[in-house]
Design a protein around this ligand. Structure first.
Ligand code: G3H
Ligand code: 13P
Ligand code: ZN
Length: 326
């Protein structure tokens, strides 16, 4: 069996310090999912240029797609590239929606500095037990852990939840103290993917349940809270996709002003995947439609990468408030 690799040798950091600063400073750390080189390049470029700390997130599906060893070296490469760009930004490599102790352990042993164990679909006591087990293994290696209470509607890897269950404020204190987690993902009305709300018009999007968030904050003051399913489903990208041959109907996300409000509270990590996917798909479709003779992937993926840089800068500067906080 090969020896475990510590994230510290890769130049990565865990989330402890960045979350503390974010809670105190009233902003949120961006957690961007990636699966390939262009996405990673765009995220790092934009975060260095905006001087923002960043959490690079990998799902189980991303690991299967891109290969765990390849991804470890890519994360290492990202750290080096950021240094070469002349600005030191804190970079975390995080497992998104870990579904078992084995997967979390494998990530910790392969250079991740943070893991999520998502036991939100389990009965409460089983969620506590699984999370506690992961925390014990992780903390022995100075890796931080995100747990989840409450169920988001939508798709999380292989798990499809038709309906969401809001986080119960009555459970959070007990969960946090029994498990020892470093942060808690909650369910207050967001969901994963590009079809977050069953509405026909943007005006009909139901607001997030800030009342539940406030109640949670009262029970665990200052504790780092995480918001999943936080893409805004940028309408310009949806329009471009539809203009150039795609078909996305009633695709709506969380309005930016609500994310800004959340970032100013105990929410200190905001997860964004779908908006990045939309940016890439929109630009690839547009480029290929306008350049039918082009077949060099660098051209259409380059166009997508450029757009992703702009999107990430916008999020850091105008939505999460993480710009200038590195
Ligand atoms: O929450 C799920 C993330 O958007 C990752 O999605 O499992 O398709 O990689 P994925
Ligand atoms: P979105 O689908 O809203 O981007 O959410 C991503 C997420 O929560 C990853 O864990
Ligand atoms: Zn998620």
């Amino acid at each position: 069996m090969s020896a475990a690799i510590s994230y510290k040798d890769l130049g990565l950091v865990n989330t402890r310090e960045m979350f503390k600063k974010a809670v105190d400073g009233g902003y949120a750390i961006p957690a961007y999912n990636f699966n390939n080189l262009e996405q990673l390049q765009a995220i790092i470029t934009a975060c260095v240029e905006t001087k923002s700390p960043v959490i690079l997130q990998l799902s189980k599906g991303a690991r299967n797609y891109a290969n765990a060893t390849m991804l470890r070296y890519m994360a290492m490469g990202a750290v080096e590239v950021a240094k070469e760009m002349g600005v030191e930004i804190p970079i975390t490599l995080h497992l998104d929606h870990g579904d078992s102790f084995g997967l979390c352990k494998s990530c910790i042993d392969n250079g991740f500095s943070s893991v999520m164990i998502d036991g939100s679909h389990l009965p409460y006591n089983d969620n506590v037990e699984l999370t506690r087990q992961v925390v014990q293994y992780a903390h022995e290696r100075d890796v931080t852990v995100e747990g989840e209470l409450g169920v988001l509607a939508g798709i999380e890897d292989d798990v499809v939840a038709e309906h969401s269950t809001y986080t119960s404020p009555d459970e959070v204190e007990d969960f946090v103290s029994k498990t020892g987690v470093d942060s808690l993902a909650i369910s207050i009305g967001t969901s994963h993917g590009a079809y977050k709300f069953k509405v026909d018009r943007i005006e009909d999007i139901p607001p997030l349940r800030f009342d539940i968030l406030e109640e949670i904050e009262k029970r665990i003051p200052g504790f780092p809270i995480v918001l999943h399913g936080a893409s805004s489903v940028v309408q310009e990208y949806v329009s471009l996709i539809n203009e150039y041959g795609g078909k996305m109907e009633n695709a709506f996300g969380v309005p930016e002003d609500q994310l800004r409000q959340a970032a100013g509270s105990a929410v200190c990590k905001i997860n964004i995947d779908s908006d990045g996917r939309l940016a890439v798909t929109a630009k690839v479709r547009e480029f290929l439609a306008n350049n039918p003779g082009e077949f060099d992937p660098r051209k259409y993926l380059g166009a997508a990468r450029n757009e992703l840089v702009e999107l990430v800068k916008h999020k850091n500067e105008k939505v999460l408030g993480s710009a200038g906080r590195a």
